[in-house]
Design a protein around this ligand. Sequence first.
Ligand SMILES: Cc1ncc(COP(=O)(O)O)c(C=O)c1O
Length: 366
Amino acid sequence: MNNITDFVVPWVKSAEPYSDKHMDVAWANPEIIRMMSNENLLTPSENVLQAIVEAARLGNLYPGSGPELRKKLGEAAGLTGEHVVLGNGSTDVINFVVHTFVSPGAEVVIPVPTFPMYEARVKVAGGTVVQVPMKPDFTWDIEMILKAVTPKTKLIFTCSPNNPTGNQFPLEDLKRILALGKPTFFDEAYYELENEVETRAPMILEYPHMMVNRTFSKAFGLAGLRIGYILCDPALASYFNRVRFPWNVSQIAIAAALAALDDKADQELKRKNVILGRETIAAEINKIPGFKALPSEGNFVLIDASALGEDSLTIRDRMAEKGIYIRPMSGHNMPMGFIRITVGTPEQNKLFIQTFKQYIRETREK
Ligand SMILES: Cc1ncc(COP(=O)(O)O)c(C=O)c1O
C-alpha cells in the first residue's frame, strides 16, 4: 500500500510549519505577560466593542468584500476603494500575494532578518527563497539585494518599519528596487507607529507593480479579529480577488475595523502607549553595561543580550519561568542572544525591565 505522505506535493512536504504553538501555550497560561508576538497589549475600545456586538446580531449573513471600509482605506492613502483588497489579517494578504506570483521553482528575494511568514508562505507555494542578510549594523545591503534579483525572481519582499529591527526601509533603496519592474511587496504593518508617520502607498500610482501591506493587528489592536489589507493597482487587485477566498474577512472584523478607524482618541492612546513604551524599554536596556537596544519605530524593541552568554531560547525559557514571554531571535536569521520584546502597558514594561535585570544578576552570579 502507498504511504499517504507520498501523495503530498514535495514543496509542502519539505516546508517547515510556521508554528502557532506558542500562542496555545500563552492562552493556556494567561498569567504570563505576552511580550512575544507584537500584539497591542491594550484591549479594544468601547466603541469597537459596541460595533462588534451590533455586527454579531447579523452573524447569520455572509459578509461581502467590505466596500465601505475599502473606500475609506483607499481614500485615506490618496487612492480609491478599487485599490484595496481585505485579508484575514495581513498574513492572509501575504498568502494570496505569494500564490498570485509564485509557482514551484520561482525565486523570491527576502532581506533578512524580517517577518518569517514571507519565507514560510513562499515555501508552501514551492518557491525558492533567496535570502539577503542585512549588514551587521542592521541596515539593508541594497547592492546585494539588487544582485540577488535574477530573471527567475517573481517577487521581492521589503518591510518598513522592519520586524524585528524596527528601522525604516530607505526611500532611495526602494526606488532602486522598483526600477527593476518586479512585483515588490512593501509591508507597512507598523507604519502608524512611526515617529513621523509617512506612508509610501501613493507611490503605487507611479509604480503599479508595488503593493503596500497594512494590518489592524498592531496600532489598532485588533489582532484577534484578523483583518489586514493590501493597497495596490486595481489590475493587481482583480487577480488577488481571484486567489483569495470569498468571505475571507468576517463582518465582525469589518465592523470593528470601521469603528477603530473612527475612534481617533483610542488611536492616539494606543500610539502614545507604544511610543513611550519603546523609548522607556530602550533607554533602560541601554543603561545596562554590555546590553544594547535598537531604536524602533514599531511596537517592539530588539535587544542584543549576547552579553549574557546564553542562547535566546534559554533566555526565553528563563524569562517565561519568571512570568514574561519574550521572542527569541536565534531562529530568525539572527546571532545567538538577540531577543525581541513587545511593548506592553507602562506597568508591564517596568516589570519586564525589573525581571530582566534580575535575570542578568542571577546569570552573572552563576
Ligand atoms: C511585518 C509584519 N507583517 C505582517 C504581520 C501579520 O500581521 P496580521 O496577520 O496579524 O495582520 C506581522 C505580525 O507580526 C508583521 O510583523
